[in-house]
Design a protein around this ligand. Sequence first.
Ligand code: GDD
Length: 394
Amino acid sequence: MKLDHPRYTERFGAISLHGVQRVYELDSGFSNGRPTSETIRSIGNEEISEIEKKMAIVIPIKGERLKLLEGVLSGIPHDCLTIIVSNSPRQPVDRYKLEKEALEQFNRFVGKNALILHQKDPGLSDALKEVGYNSIFGPDDIVRNGKAEGMITGMLLAKMAGKDYVGFIDADNYVPGAVNEYVKIFASGLAMSNSPYTMVRISWIYKPKVSESGLYFSKWGRVSEITNQYLNSLVSYYTGFETEVMRTGNSGEHCMSMKLAELLTYSSGFSVEPYEIVNVLEEFGGILPTENQEAMDKGIEISQVETRNPHFHEEKGDDHIKEMFFGSLGCIYHSKICPPRLREKIVEELRNRTMLEEGQEIDTLKKISPFNKIDMRQFANILHERASSLIHFV
Ligand code: GDD
């Protein structure tokens, strides 16, 4: 893959937040020993493949169409470990069973390393309880509903499998080729990073919408433009310079090194992606004290890479958009580092959109602790013993 070196970087404490990089060539061939230019970096197929072997791709899924899941599976490079974490209904139709069968059938032909687990499996909750990881539970002592909760479960499985990198791809993507590009971008971004604490986020070139006159290739989703604006304001309040650097606040498609992933605190449900950025700023921005001096010393790198493929996915309804607004702005609003002026602006924004009434408070979001302290061996033993929905295809 051939892509830009970052042209612009916002530095915030120990964090380097790179501006969006472009892809020039999806496949730049094998390295031919020629030096790369000052501005463009070529990541050869061998290098990408080496990283893919160390990477797990987590697919969180809740009741998506199986045809879409099958397409997503086919787009993930063979050497990555595929991990499906499902929160699909089990009654009246057992959707999880259908997903498992689809993976099994796919795997019969491709022979790929893959795991599937249901988020509500009591055996998973038992394993988490035994290792003292309680912040992920609902009042019934079972893992809560929520995309973040699915992603964290996936990260634990990736760590259990010894992977160094973990990426996320939604299950409702219509274009397998785009899925493949996301993973190649993950690997290329990781290859370009100078720090072991790194994150690569996908910036979609277009998110097309169907309109009466045909397809409209819009740049932004309904929520992402606003989320980015407030994340940029948060950075600007501290630096004193306005910035537009953040373009991927809501990006469901992103990856991290396990070294970074295990240090972060996560926010529940759909606030997970913007809060990853907020938490990186809280933890490594030099504003609040941190326990993670080693990461501070090495630095945290966040890259954002624009795809060549447009992002075609299932459009969910207005209630979902409202939930995303609340999650995205709520996690900034409740951050310890959110200045009072920005809080006021967020309230104003939600009121103007008639999402918040006079006197109504913005709900606090549940947080999920870092998982670096979990005893993985104990977790793995109990999980294998008790989680009946866990299947490992090899
Ligand atoms: N395991 C699990 N558990 N998966 C879930 C859950 C859950 O409780 N809820 C949703 N998912 C899965 C969906 O099945 C899908 O694969 C993925 O998470 C994203 O959920 P969608 O409901 O499709 O959200 P979206 O497409 O509107 O939003 C996506 O894109 C946004 C950016 O445009 C999400 O990835 C957002 O997090 C992201 O900000």
